[in-house]
Design a protein around this ligand. Structure first.
Ligand code: GDP
Length: 440
């Protein structure tokens, strides 16, 4: 997820943070690097230009030059501009009250992930306690109806097909059905084509006029980069979409679509698709994505994810502990266990502050966690609290107990010490503190 973009921005922020003085030359250099990073990410040229002009202007202002920590202040400006680019605030679905059926029309090119994401959203809304009905109005692809039926069954949401064989009548009939049976939300999956064409737009417009939906969600394929933006423009011109689901975000290393869609169309990204499974849908939070891009980690997502599977109190305690100066091996052990409980360490590691995309693999692979757990468990409680007492003979004993060699124990201890230093650095970052304060 956004690995390449993260890597470029990690370099930029690393150079800036810690600079006690920011000169015009520093600003020029950083701006040049930001520009290349954005263009490499396949961000629309107009959007990139606007971004760097606004950033440069503010960076040259008094606020940065006079700041106690100008480097951090500069990074904060980049962060704020990035949040703005991504859409400022999270955008909710405009759903009606519980007694009225809301209709959501799903639009997009073939293969964009429309059908899959219709099922994902159905599950998401069902999990919020809503009664959801899906309608298969993609009649251009024979397998599409069957696909939605299978997915519907998987997520436990009924799929309306009805008698009609043309999409407009079918969509209308679905609305009647949903009202009659008092469904809270109706999601209509429409046809896509390989490319935007007039027939497709005419059909979409006719369906939209017939059902007058509350939301017209375009499923945009993140991997298409700028092309996704062009597709979005065409759909928006035809039916005035109300927002996006950015699908395949998990496979998007560059981030061009995410960074350009709002700016170009004025319409918000509401969700991101983060995998092929029906659970892989996340609410799009501009602030979180921005901090992820800038390598500031994403403690908010971390905590939320933890809360899904771990006791809330426990997760909160862990978060506070993580940043306290007496974060010990005991706490680390607890953290390993929690991560294991949540599964997919890699996914979670991406959310940790100060961890660049490249570091992830080596930092938190599951096998390593098992070894680390064994090493910690072979230490006495006293040793876990105070690593300084781990002299060579104690280390030898620990290695033996864990079934690893001493070099590995030494390496682990060094890694842990480094991690603590890293955490301290992150905590000194003002922009990060502000974000953390908000999340607590
Ligand atoms: P449609 O033609 O627009 O209805 O597209 P589908 O829903 O059939 O999806 C096309 C392909 O993209 C399928 O193989 C999906 O599993 C895959 N897909 C959809 N959403 C995502 C996503 O968020 N991440 C990933 N990795 N794959 C996705």
């Amino acid at each position: 997820m956004l690995e390449r973009l993260q890597d470029s921005f990690a370099k930029i922020t690393k150079t800036l943070v810690g600079k006690s003085k920011i000169t015009d030359k520093n600003i020029e250099e950083a701006i040049e690097e930001i520009k290349s990073a954005l263009l490499e990410a396949d961000v629309n040229l107009r959007v990139a230009r606007r971004f760097i002009n606004a950033t440069a202007e503010e960076a040259r202002g008094e606020k940065v030059l006079k700041a106690i920590d100008p480097g951090q202040q500069f990074v904060k400006i980049i962060y704020d501009k990035m949040v703005h680019l991504l859409g400022d605030e999270r955008s909710e679905l405009a759903l009606r009250g519980p007694d009225v059926t809301s209709t959501i029309l799903f639009l997009g090119l073939q293969g964009s992930g429309k059908t899959t994401n219709a099922a994902k959203l159905a599950l998401h809304l069902k999990n919020q306690g809503r009664r959801v009905l899906l309608c298969a109005a993609d009649l251009s692809r024979p397998a599409a109806v069957k696909q939605l039926e299978i997915l519907g069954e998987q997520v436990g949401v009924p799929v309306f097909t009805g008698e009609h064989q043309d999409p407009i009548s079918r969509a209308k009939a679905a609305v009647q059905e949903a009202k009659k049976h008092q469904y809270n939300v109706l999601i209509i999956d429409t046809a896509g084509r390989m490319q935007v064409d007039t027939d497709l737009m005419t059909e979409i417009k006719a369906i939209s006029d017939a059902v007058n939906p509350d939301e017209k969600i375009l499923v945009a394929d993140a991997m298409l980069g700028q092309n996704a933006v062009d597709v979005a423009k065409s759909f928006d011109e035809a039916v005035e979409i109300t927002g996006f689901i950015l699908s395949k975000f998990d496979s998007d290393t560059r981030g061009g679509a995410a960074l350009s869609l709002k700016s170009i169309t004025g319409k918000p990204i509401k969700f991101i698709g983060t995998g092929e499974k029906v659970e892989a849908l996340e609410i799009f939070h501009p602030e979180r994505i921005a901090s992820r891009i800038l390598g500031m980690g994403d403690i908010v997502s971390l905590v939320e994810k933890a809360q899904e599977t771990v006791d809330e109190e426990e997760a909160r305690r862990m978060q506070q502990k993580l940043f306290s100066s007496d974060f010990s091996l005991e706490d680390y052990l607890e953290q390993i266990r929690m991560v294991k409980k949540m599964g997919k360490a890699g996914e979670l590691a991406k959310l940790l502050p100060g961890v660049s995309a490249k570091d992830i693999e080596e930092k938190l692979d599951e096998k390593q966690m098992v070894r680390e757990e064994a090493i910690i468990l072979s230490m006495t409680k006293k040793e876990r609290k105070n690593l300084l007492i781990l002299n060579p003979s104690r280390r030898k004993r620990v290695a033996k107990g864990a079934g690893v060699n001493v070099v590995e124990v030494n390496r682990f201890i060094n890694r842990f010490e480094k991690m603590k230093i890293q955490m301290k650095k992150v905590m000194k970052n003002k922009a990060y503190q502000a974000q953390l304060a908000k999340s607590l």
